[in-house]
Design a protein around this ligand. Structure first.
Ligand SMILES: [Zn+2]
Length: 250
């Protein structure tokens, strides 16, 4: 049984970091493309010669095809972050596959589809669906909490502490779900990235996830995170829609 479990993990496990001795790091940004956040971030990354990976929301990508092309042409990697950011374990299998496939159809093709589960929520059926849709699930070695109004210097410090060869850092160039609309402002994140890239210049190289995974050995884990229903019910959505998940919080 242990052997079977290890085989499944090796084939379909979620990438959480990459084993390498080279000073390579992957910055990843979720929930875009965002008409303000994404171009401003692209400009900062270009100024530092840094590459990154953008896990895009299908619905937002469909609304902004030119911005998707701009990210792609700049050489950054693009991954799938579902069509409209649901918590995958709470969907039916058919809904889950639709979320994955519909998004994959409109994003530029770049080898095996990289996929990041919204909120990190993931269970065994979700993992299987990503695998069957030819996707590679990627979580993170550190997620920087840039959705609750923290200042740039604090975010930069947290990111700096999380740096190591093969690290995968998660941040947001957009924000699809939030509890306070003022936290949608992406300027603290962009300033934090700018600070991080300035302070680590010459010590770390920031590359796309596919490049990091090519140059090292991806570490796969059995990533499981149960949906937090109370948190989900508190959230407001950037597109104004309301998503209801089964029971209301008690
Ligand atoms: Zn997200």
């Amino acid at each position: 049984m242990k052997f079977i479990h290890r085989c499944i993990e090796r084939l379909a496990g979620t990438v959480v970091r990459v084993r390498t001795t080279e000073p390579l790091v992957a910055l990843t940004f979720d929930d875009g493309p965002d008409p303000q956040g994404t171009p401003a971030l692209l400009e900062r990354l270009a100024a530092h010669g840094a590459m990154a990976t953008f896990f895009m929301i299908g619905k937002r990508a469909a609304e902004q095809p030119e911005l998707v092309k701009t990210v792609h042409r700049a050489g950054h990697a693009i991954g799938n972050h579902t069509w409209d950011h649901p918590s995958l374990p709470l969907l039916s299998r058919a809904e889950r596959r639709c979320q994955l496939r519909r998004t994959a159809e409109i994003l530029p093709r770049q080898g095996r589809m990289l996929f990041r589960p919204p909120f990190g929520h993931f269970d065994a059926p979700s993992q299987l669906d990503v695998f069957l849709c030819a996707g590679q699930a990627v979580a993170w070695s550190a997620i920087i909490p840039d959705w609750e109004g923290r200042p740039a210097a604090e975010l930069a410090e947290l990111a700096r502490q999380a740096l190591h060869p093969g690290a995968i850092l998660a941040m947001h160039d957009g924000l699809m779900d939030f509890t306070d609309a003022c936290w949608r402002d992406r300027r603290p994140t962009i300033e934090a990235v700018d600070l991080l890239l300035s302070e680590t210049a010459g010590r770390y190289k920031f590359v796309t996830l596919p490049e990091l995974m090519r140059r090292g050995k991806p570490v796969r884990a059995c990533w499981r995170m149960a949906p937090d229903l109370e948190m989900l019910h508190r959230l407001k959505r950037a597109d104004g829609t309301a998503r209801r998940y089964g029971r209301e919080p008690s």
